[in-house]
Ligand binder design. Sequence first.
Ligand code: PEP
Length: 256
Amino acid sequence: MRTKMLCGNWKMNLSKTEALTLAANVRDAAAAYAEAEAVQCVLFPPFPYLDAVSSVLEGSPVMLGAQTLHEAESGAYTGEVSASMLVDMGCELVLVGHSERRHGLGESDALIAAKASRALEAGLTPVVCVGETGAERESDATEVVLLRQIEPLKHMLARCALAYEPVWAIGTGQVATPEEAEAVHAFLRAQLGENGASVPILYGGSLNGDNAPSLFSKPGVDGGLVGGASLKAEVFSRMLGQLRNSSGEDSFHVHA
Ligand code: PEP
């Protein structure tokens, strides 16, 4: 059994005032869905806003997440943020392996596994992002790439959420078709063995209020990791409703 989840990755966007307004609007819109325990909603603001957004979300079922963390427990890592600091800020989840960090900042599969491990030790749920580039898809290497990405994490995945985020779809307006997403989600779930039934697998990549319903209608798509469209309270809130109403036969209702 697993949770339907909608995650909003704000990336390096918004002023503090804009962030607090967006959080309040999503909180208010989400109340109806989350109260019915239909969808788990998570916001991932930039680090400097975590504390203030946490206050806005207090008492609401909307959960707080961070966009990354450092793999060490503490120490001389100037500019970095530890898992325990995130927990102190009220975070319950953390993104690891986002393509902007894999490809933009050179994070390796091993480093991503170390970050996920540290997150779990601290009591955070890692949302592990995986996905192939356009060139890898064109050369039929999608499955090989996904296997390489999940291999060092395999023993932990039962305690994570997975996000399939094809690199070619992130921020490009080029969304995977529901059938493409469904096929990859089924492949990933098969790799999880007996844990496959309990690990949420989200789709991410140019999701918006227009294309989300067809993706959410696929049984193996348990929700979404949303970038650009999560910056608009009205669109993101609409997507919460779409996910709640989606008919994926595997989905069910729970709030952690
Ligand atoms: C993301 O950043 O994880 C993402 C999917 O971005 P976008 O929705 O803007 O493609």
